[in-house]
Design a protein around this ligand. Structure first.
Ligand code: FEO
Ligand code: CA
Ligand code: CA
Ligand code: CA
Length: 568
């Protein structure tokens, strides 16, 4: 029940100008003169308050594995705020939810070995556990107090990490391809990038570059399927497979461990005893984020990007309404159809169903479970349109969907939906045509290159959230022009000629990602990921300036000085 927009311009604030952005040393953020910010829950914060925050001291000190599992993790990314009375007010028309306390679910995508361990590779299983426990998801109760937002003691707070038991549900749940010789309790979530809330107040966390944690301790030949998912003998340098067999592709007992990642996991923010569930109907790929739209008939549509160069845009449609599923005790995310996008040159598009009933897929796959486990290969076979790294999705005020294409340094052949070669700045695509239809219309909403050299300058759009009034908030991840660091910028989607306005600019080598907001839209939360790339010589943010310590990923709380709606 967000309140009406304040009077005045939809996006009326004074932006961070290029001049102001370039006047600072960029080891500290800069925000619009109309706004304030505070730092919340940096990496290492005890999940239950009381212990001191270890700002001071030796920058080489890192948490133990045991501590890491009880602290806020590293690599803050997608998140969502659930008001404290979300359950009480659920489904009540016009209910005004509280905006002063609630539960924040937050992804911890990754931290580099040098940042988390203080060395380039793990040397033993203890080091691997330190890494594993620093990543995943935090569920953290927070409240607005005198002096700002704080994390507070609450039995809902919990950590979910690479060793937390979970369950599979949906069409692939019982597939042999998800079973392991060494035991069948599935464990953990990895590379939790973007996220999305459900209309029934749960949290969906998306597993992106899971491939990088796997490798092979013995020489091996990777399968076609493993290669399509980017798995390799060396991984991305985490080195876990040298000490933890689960991540060793050459260990026969764990041959299918890699198939247990690349999913979307559902977490109940209000029940710390819930076993998280990976919803296989949503397919397996490098899931960036998810945005759910509810159709007039109360079925849900879920829009999802697969973030890798030349990969695809996906959509899921539930078979039945939220209420029908609720009455039968099933999840709307377990019974439905998965589609992949074909963008035609004329501004139309098709959602092509990934179903074993399609003869092209029946020839390649044994059953629907296998289609979902290898959704990328199924999408290849149907001729989906290769995109410029689909990142976040968000549903706008009229049901339109915005898709960020972050960039694609390797594109040489353009298509209408990805026109730049190479695409160094990225773009935003808008699709329309209804949540439950299988055809759509699309347009290029904005080429980020068109803003270069202007006051609205931004590049590499990544995180995205649209409010109910037409504001579109974009977080960036990648090289910016015009002397800028990564930023949060705001677009007025109701005015085709409006330029983006810069609300916040981060520090050197960080990424601005995640976006969530209180129900009254007067407090927003964004994340600063990998400030200074973890290098204390680059910045010590967010520690006080005179503290010698490594920089820490953290949440930034944004409020307007006049108490107004965020973005106004
Ligand atoms: Fe984790 Fe595609 O960003
Ligand atoms: Ca991202
Ligand atoms: Ca990115
Ligand atoms: Ca990132």
């Amino acid at each position: 029940s967000a309140q009406k927009a304040d009077s005045g311009e939809l996006v009326g604030f004074q932006p961070v100008t290029l001049e102001a952005a370039n006047a600072v040393d960029q080891t500290w953020p800069v925000i619009s003169p109309d706004y304030d910010f505070q730092v919340l829950i940096p990496w290492g914060t005890p999940l239950e308050p009381g212990a001191c925050e270890e700002w001071a001291g030796d920058p080489d000190t890192r948490p133990s594995p045991e501590d890491a599992a009880l602290q806020i993790g590293v690599g803050h990314d997608g998140m969502w705020f659930y008001p404290g009375d979300a359950k009480k007010g659920y489904g009540i028309e016009g209910y005004e939810f509280v905006s002063t306390h609630g539960v924040l679910c937050i992804n911890h995508e990754y931290g580099s070995n040098t940042h988390v361990l203080g060395k380039s590779a793990p040397e033993n299983l203890d080091d691997v556990r330190r890494m594993q426990h620093a990543m995943g998801v935090s569920v953290v109760a927070i409240a607005k107090r005198k002096g700002g937002w704080k994390n507070v003691k609450d039995k809902k707070s919990r950590r979910i990490h690479a060793n937390t038991p979970f369950m599979f549900s949906g069409p692939a749940a019982k597939s042999d391809l998800l079973k392991n010789g060494a035991g069948n309790v599935p464990l953990g979530t990895l590379n939790n990038c973007g996220s999305g809330p459900t209309p029934w107040d749960t949290y969906l966390t998306c597993e992106e570059n899971f491939n990088g944690y796997f490798g092979a301790s013995m020489p091996m030949v990777l399968s076609e399927e493993q290669e399509r998912y980017g798995l390799s003998e060396n991984g991305s340098g985490y080195g876990w497979y040298n000490f933890d067999k689960r991540f060793d592709l050459s260990d026969d007992d764990y041959a299918n461990e890699c198939n247990r990642f690349g999913w979307i996991m559902e977490i109940d923010p209000f029940d710390a005893t819930q076993t998280p569930v990976k919803r296989t109907a949503l397919g397996r790929f490098k899931h960036e984020a998810i945005a759910i739209g509810v159709a007039a008939d109360r079925r849900v549509a879920a829009y999802m990007g697969d973030d890798e160069r030349f990969n695809y845009c996906y959509k899921y449609i539930s078979d039945r309404s939220i209420e029908n599923c609720e009455a039968r005790g099933v999840s709307p995310l377990d019974e439905g159809k998965l589609y992949v996008a074909k963008f035609n040159d004329d501004g139309t598009g098709e959602w092509m169903e990934l179903t074993i009933e399609n003869p092209v897929l029946a020839e390649r796959f044994a059953d629907q479970g296998e289609v979902l486990i290898y959704a990328r290969i199924a999408a290849d076979l149907l001729g989906a349109t290769p995109m410029d790294r689909p990142e976040w999705t968000t549903v706008g005020k009229d049901g339109e969907v915005y898709w960020t294409m972050t960039n694609n340094s390797q594109r040489t052949e353009p298509n209408a939906a990805n026109p730049e070669t190479p695409n160094t700045h990225g773009h935003i695509i808008k699709t329309t045509g209804g949540h439950v239809n299988t055809s759509f219309r699309w347009e290029i909403f904005m080429l980020a290159s068109s803003t270069s050299g202007t006051e609205g300058s931004f590049a590499s759009p990544d995180a995205a959230w649209a409010d109910a009034y037409g504001r579109l908030f974009i977080g960036t991840d990648g090289g910016q022009d015009d002397g800028l660091q990564d930023q949060l910028t705001v677009l007025d989607t109701s005015n085709k000629n409006a330029m983006p306005k810069r609300l916040f600019m981060g520090v050197v080598s960080d990424e601005i990602t995640g976006f969530t907001i209180t129900p009254d839209q007067r407090t927003a939360f964004i994340n600063m990921q990998h400030p200074g790339n973890g290098d204390p010589a680059a910045t010590n943010f967010p520690a006080p300036r005179d503290y010698m310590t490594i920089p820490r990923d953290c949440t930034i709380v944004i409020t307007k000085k006049d108490g107004g709606i965020i973005g106004s």
